[in-house]
Design a binder for this molecule. Structure first.
Ligand code: HEM
Length: 401
């Protein structure tokens, strides 16, 4: 179904983060707004959206849970149906004080120790994906490789059938890219996810096992079992939050290496640089922009924000702010000082960052072990990027030599 918004012609006063121009290259848009003397843009679309572009402003809003709610973090025409402070997908949709407990119970599953256990499985799966395209001259690093990795890992963690991968990707697409759709269509799309999760949860109630779904079904917060909406919402979040974020980050990293011979050769000959390169790819190509809703009318840095308007938090723009990063538009794969905001800022900072980093590092390592520096973009014009709040390559044909 086609979107309902006309193309953007005025980025300062009528921006739309789902516009194809933003998807193709949002950095000049943010840089123009940041340096315009009015660094927080406003658009009437979606019932009102604000767009801060400096690191300072993005950080101030991300930390300010008094004036901004996380009740919904994905901009759409509608407004959240689930009340605060729990919201539809705890903890990302939760406000204090509920947020703290909902987040804390998840953290052990994503600790460095828990993630290390998943590494051999991830490495083996990455190798299997490349075995499957062995002998081809051109492979699509997004379609054949990056998109599969986080799906398989989260399906294993949740105890969901790996063969449902296409269904999970459809849910992700509906939740994050299908935002420019009429509200009824969005509600219908969420109904499909709800139905799928209900069946998985019922199956886990009937057949408990050692996985994250059974863990959540038995978990307690403040001495009470989690309510059914909490369990379902958290599972939906984990399914959605970890998939196209990580797939985008892996894809953008491989895109950069394919088009930058000096970095490709250096990383092939100095593999010890990998952790620094991963951080720099996260900074330079941060995939995730989140949103908040304004709680009550409030003036932020001279901007008259109205209750129920959206505020986009473009963490990728914060990472390109020249006030905070030297040469922000340059990718420096051994950048040492790199306190980037790719995983967010404040109480909602990504709970899955250890897992995301592991998946990125393993995916790039397995790729480099296989192809060394012998890969390039097959056709730069054939690369396509997803629009909306999670940005990454969706078609990425790579030529192997
Ligand atoms: C490179 C990959 C990833 C990026 C860039 C990323 C980015 C982010 C960002 C920016 C937030 C903050 C949201 C906000 O402020 O509203 C966030 C939250 C979150 N992420 Fe990630 N994420 C990634 C991968 C993952 C993975 C693999 C998982 C787990 C499967 C995950 C689970 C979560 C959860 C549970 C939250 C909510 C935390 C809270 O509200 O306290 N993420 N992520």
């Amino acid at each position: 179904m086609a979107g309902i918004h006309p193309p953007v012609t005025d980025w300062a006063n009528d921006f739309d983060h789902t516009d194809p121009v933003w998807a193709a290259d949002p950095y000049p848009i943010w840089a123009d707004i940041r340096s315009s003397g009015c660094p927080v843009a406003h658009s009437e679309r979606y019932g009102g959206v604000w767009l801060p572009t400096s690191h300072d402003d993005i950080s101030a809003i991300a930390y300010d849970t008094d004036h901004f709610t996380s009740q919904s973090v994905v901009v759409s025409e509608g407004r959240p149906m689930m009340p605060a402070p729990q919201g539809i997908a705890p903890p990302i949709s939760s406000d204090p004080p509920f947020h703290h407990g909902a987040r804390r119970l998840l953290l052990p599953a994503f600790s460095p120790k828990a993630v290390a256990v998943l590494e051999p499985f991830t490495r083996e799966y990455c190798n299997e994906l490349l075995d499957a395209v062995d002998g081809k001259d051109v492979i699509d690093a997004a379609v054949d490789y990056a998109q599969h990795i986080p799906v398989r890992v989260i399906a294993k963690m949740l105890g969901f059938p790996p063969e449902d991968a296409d269904t999970f990707r459809m849910f992700v697409h509906n939740a994050l890219e299908g935002v420019d759709l009429p509200v009824e269509k969005r509600v219908e799309n969420f109904g499909l996810l709800d139905e799928y999760l209900r069946a998985q949860v019922d199956d886990h109630i009937a057949n408990p096992r050692d996985d994250l779904t059974t863990f959540l079904l038995n978990a307690e917060m403040d001495g009470q079992p989690l309510n059914a909406e909490h369990v379902g919402g958290t599972i939906a979040l984990l399914l959605i939050a970890g998939i196209d974020t990580t797939w985008s980050a892996i894809g953008a990293s491989l895109w950069h290496l394919a088009k930058t011979p000096a970095d490709r050769e250096r990383l092939a000959s100095e593999p010890a640089l990998m952790p620094f390169a991963v951080e720099e790819f996260l900074r330079a190509y941060a995939p995730v922009t989140m949103a908040r809703l304004v709680k009550d009318d409030f003036e932020f840095n001279g901007c008259p924000m109205k209750a129920n308007e959206w505020v986009l938090l473009p963490f990728p723009a914060a990472n390109r702010d020249p006030e905070v990063f030297e040469n922000p538009d340059e990718v420096v794969i051994d950048r040492v000082e790199n306190r980037h905001a790719a995983f967010g800022l404040g109480i909602h900072r990504c709970a899955g960052s250890n897992l995301a980093r592991m998946e990125m590092q393993v995916a790039i390592e397995v790729w480099m072990d296989r192809f060394g520096d012998r890969f390039t973009l097959a056709n730069p014009d054939a690369v396509t990027w997803s629009g909306g709040q999670v940005r990454g390559p969706r078609q990425l044909p790579i030529a192997l030599s």
